[in-house]
Design a binder for this molecule. Structure first.
Ligand SMILES: *Cc1c(COP(=O)(O)O)cnc(C)c1O
Length: 374
């Protein structure tokens, strides 16, 4: 029985051509024509002044925090309902993550709680040094509200768009809203370089700073001169070749993922107690992963039972992200809570959503879910 994956790499036709080009020209280095071309494609696609390709999304988040001046002892407000990589880099800076729960319409940072958190932190201690908002599963967060709050309190906004390349909000690309945006090309994302990420910004000073820090902070001199601590975070020219090919098929990948979402919703959405997340007007999700919710009327832990049943049939599904305020590693961190993330974690399931999932396999997923529920 062939395994049905949650989200596996899906190569197009040109990736290998660009990788071979890197070999034939001997640009097997962390710079070169593939890097330049990939960064240009990214900046054009997201419609920002610049993009710096990096070794991972996590590295991009780390640089974003550094560039915005986040330091030891600072507080960074971070969406709780996300992958741990949104918050880990906060701790790399010696800063303290303080978590903010989600609203129900997009599952992302609740603007009301965000404002409460800022005011409370300012009253207790000091103004948070940055806000980390995430577009989870590709669904854009309520950016108008969040940007307004960030601006009013003059706190820089970092946009973790790792899951949202190709998503738009009010017709603007995710990754273009924050002072800094972050993308990921990890193996499970909508496009991949087998591992990689990027930092995006409309501020050219931020872009050149990211370039500088990511290449060991080398100063222009005839010898190795360093005025600040650097990082080795560049993406190799070989892997950027994969990225170049992937960017050419990104529009197709978005279409496929959205079609997969529509298929699941058509097939399962009418079942009592099952629901899917709709796009509010003006929100366009790349539908990186299709997620479904089970009403508690179907019984507690039904999501886990369905997961185990599908696993028996060699179908990979996953629980939704376990909220960061529930993670043992962050147990000492504060949370501004409304129970939404906890509830989503308790009742949700991610379905196989890879753009290379065959129609037969999608049918099989639906068939097994229906059979189990009936
Ligand atoms: C994947 C992901 C990251 C990290 O990206 P990597 O390239 O794997 O380091 C960060 N945030 C979110 C929300 C992610 O899904």
């Amino acid at each position: 029985m062939e395994r049905v994956w949650l989200s596996s790499p899906h190569m197009g036709e040109k990736e290998q051509v660009y990788v071979t080009e890197a070999f034939t020209t001997n640009w097997v280095a962390p710079l070169g024509p593939n890097v330049d071309a990939f960064e240009k494609q990214l900046a054009e696609y997201v419609a920002v002044k610049g993009a710096v390709s990096l070794s991972s999304g996590t590295a991009a988040l780390h640089l974003a925090l550094k560039i915005l001046g986040v330091e030891s002892g600072d507080v960074v407000l971070c969406q709780s309902f996300t992958f741990a990589a949104s918050a880990f880099p906060i701790t790399y800076c010696g800063a303290i993550p303080v978590f903010v729960d989600s609203e129900r319409e997009t599952w992302n940072m609740d603007p009301v709680l965000l404002e409460t958190a800022i005011k409370d932190q300012m009253q207790k201690e000091k103004k948070p040094a940055a806000i980390m908002v995430v577009h989870l599963y590709g669904m854009p967060a309520k950016m108008n509200e969040i940007i307004e709050i960030a601006a009013r309190f003059d706190i820089p906004l970092i946009e973790d768009a790792a899951e949202a390349l190709g998503s738009t909000y009010m017709e603007k690309a995710c990754g273009s809203f924050g002072v800094v945006g972050v993308l990921s090309f990890n193996g499970n994302k909508i496009i991949t370089t087998s591992g990689g990420g990027a930092l995006t910004s409309n501020d050219e000073k931020i872009i050149s700073k990211a370039r500088h820090l990511s290449a060991q902070s080398k100063e222009p001199a005839a010898f190795y001169l360093h005025k600040e601590i650097g990082f080795n975070y560049r993406l190799s020219n070989v892997l950027a070749g994969i990225g170049r090919g992937q960017m050419e098929v990104l529009p197709e990948r978005i279409k496929s993922r959205r079609k997969i979402f529509e298929f699941y919703r058509q097939q399962l959405g009418d079942i009592d107690g099952i629901s899917f997340l709709s796009e509010p007007p003006g929100f366009f999700s790349n539908r990186w992963l299709t997620t479904m919710l089970f009403d508690t009327g179907l019984g507690r832990g039904i999501n886990e039972k369905v997961r185990l049943e599908l696993e028996k049939n060699n179908i990979e599904t996953r629980a939704l992200w376990k909220p960061l305020h529930q993670q043992p590693v962050f147990e000492d961190c504060e949370i501004y809570n409304n129970g939404v993330a906890d509830e989503l974690f308790d009742t949700g399931l991610c379905l196989p959503s890879g753009s290379n999932t065959s129609g037969a396999n999608l049918e099989k997923v639906v068939y097994e879910i229906k059979k189990f529920l009936s």
